[in-house]
Design a protein around this ligand. Sequence first.
Ligand code: ADP
Ligand code: DP6
Ligand code: CO
Length: 362
Amino acid sequence: MSTIYQATASAPVNIAVIKYWGKRDTKLILPTNSSLSVTLDQDHLRSTTTSRADPSFERDQLWLNGKEDEIKPGSRLETCITEMKRLRKEYEDQNPNEPKAISLLISSYKVHIASYNNFPTAAGLASSASGFAALVASLAQLYNLPASPSTLSLIARQGSGSACRSLFGGFVAWQMGSDPSGSDSLAVQVAPQEHWPQMHALICVVSDDKKGTSSTSGMQRTVETSTLLQHRIKDVVPWRMEKISKAILERDFDTFARITMADSNQFHAVALDTEPPIFYMNDVSRAIIALIVEYNRLSVEAGKGYKAAYTYDAGPNAVIYALEENIKEIVQLIVSYFPQKPGEFKDVWGIFGESAADLNTH
Ligand code: ADP
Ligand code: DP6
Ligand code: CO
């Protein structure tokens, strides 16, 4: 019997506080601005991917949630798989005397990949981020590669931009880089989760329907038509990246919250400034913003500073960052204002930080 080469890896989603929105190179996925996110560490939003290599396979194939997803020539999926095979080939060439635990021809074998998301796919909950991060991580394991997370982030980036940040836990920056080859457009960890264990995230699932405008096509339209985007990438994001990194390192929640909310607002303003305009938030999303604004106003007035920071990706779902001591109060506030009704408000998940699991409302 021949050896079975198989490996499984899993990756969580990340939710940006400085948003990536716009590409300067659509093929290599090089962004128009740097971005920064928090990788969620609970089990709610994860992709788990198993890769297998075998000399008998006739072609590379991928199944997503049990259904075959065609790997089209020139697609991002094909790019990621090819790049991982190239890394493996390089490794084989450089280590011809590697102990024979793994075939030195494995880079020439076709692969079969099966991936599962334990949450809705393509619904604005960052499945492309966890999906491509898990894909690259499982191939790295299959190929026994000693590649660093930053090196793997260069490849995950070519699957989906936001995926590069899911190779790290904690607080993660995607540095836009300047090299036209993309060699310096990669993810780095700003701080591990343990640096600020009080930081939690709540996901308010307003809708888990598939979104109307994909991130990929939406951001391209913004690059082509929005003048506000030019102001954002030149005059705003660079200092926000610096300021929020410093706020994270100093555990300064007030500054973190103010920048996070301002950047979410500006991202949605830039979407609105696109021709034709893109609306990702709905009435429930806006009502959650109003609630958080009022909650913070009362807290600031009472001399206690900001207590919560909302942020919205390319969809209507709210992610609320808050410190552990305030999470219970915020969950109560949200469920009292937004009783969970089908079509209106689905759920609230506490999914970041050590004690988040017992805060779940289900
Ligand atoms: P989202 O808001 O969920 O990130 P996107 O439109 O950015 O939505 O990306 C969705 C696409 O990402 C899917 O159509 C699929 O091509 C890809 N994707 C999602 N999950 C996975 C996965 N586990 N493995 C591989 N690709 C995935
Ligand atoms: C609003 O990474 O999904 O979530 O690179 O085209 O696959 P592609 O787009 P994607 O865009 C994410 C956009 C965002 C902001 C962010 O995650 O930074
Ligand atoms: Co995505």
